[in-house]
Write a protein that binds this ligand. Sequence first.
Ligand code: C5P
Length: 410
Amino acid sequence: MILKGKKIILGISGGIAAYKTPQLVRLLKKAGAEVRVALTASGSRFVSELSLATVSGEPVFREMFPPLDLPGTDFTRHISLGEWADALVIAPATANTIAKLAAGLCDDMLTACFITLRPGKPVLIFPAMDGQMYRSGSLQRNIALLTGQGCTVIEPENGDLASGQCGTGRMPEPDVIAQRIGMALQNATPDSPLRGRRVVVTAGPTREKIDGVRFISNYSSGKMGFALAEAARERGAEVTLITGPVHLDTPVGVERLDVENACEMYEAAKSLYGLCTVFIAAAAVADYRPELVLEGKLKKNSSHLQLNLIRNPDILAEFGTGKRPDQLAVGFALETGDGLEEAYRKLQEKNLDLVAFNTFDRKTSGFEVDTNVLTLIDRNHTETVLPLMQKKDAARQLLDCIEQLMHSGR
Ligand code: C5P
């Protein structure tokens, strides 16, 4: 959402990772950004100008000096391009380009944009090179200079390098770069009341052990909780995500605590009750756990087996009923049928500020799937009925509601 309508210059210098940049341009465009590419001469050896012009829908900027014979030529484009942008992203950034930026040289469009960018506009630099080059004293000195100037320099990733070695030097994948751009733009737009506030999100299922090899659990994938954590982070919140066992990548910039069962989730959450402004319980916590956990593997000796289950702590209810006036409690009410009344009951009993009611059909809403159909009910009993949408979009709508509640005070 934050990328929508934003004007981004993508500076590409001459590293092998440049081959990934058309994909990055596509992602940024898909998110609604306008992208113009400043390509260095070496960069053009690794990625084609035609590919970049095609995916960006704009001419690629290479030469400082414009062609003189084209009508409508902007003769001061080395200035106007930098002034146009909301953000400058340099990916991949070579040791040579980083040295030029640090020294203030501006002999091509990429380096000129850096100098002419308006103050306060984010600059993200993604160094990508051989591990030995990355560790060199000169490069590290130049990075320190640029960081000191307010640029965000993102450490390259570890892995196989084009040199055949394995080490630190890989450019992050385009989706990670796009997320980092979103975060930087969000931080440069101080509008959300969530900015700088701690948001705790619980996500995923819990596993309650029966014996050494078996457990009781549910179909929760964690997708809704992870989407909420990501959306809160996008708005500048400090996010802690407490998650049961899931197969999802941690959203960039989010602190993640992995737990297995409800009691562990409760302990992790309890330690953050006092610190957070918003507590969002999206986890499908098992209500009961086996009273006794057998060591080793339970034998099948009889035709019937009785398991004694005891109640797990209600993590959200404990936060909700004990919260301070400046804190907000948000929960989910997942029902298999028409359970709006149940949602109202949870709002009341757990002392929630917002409850998201959803049904469970395993096709469009509830567990596992990427979409959800939510009805949001706030503490004033205002109902917002959302249509079927991606969980990421539903997460943003839910955060809009939280922001409104924060704005309206208590
Ligand atoms: O009471 P019920 O389990 O239906 O409530 C669902 C809401 O409460 C969800 O937000 C869920 O994350 C939270 N919850 C919890 N701890 C539990 C059970 C549910 O935080 N033990």
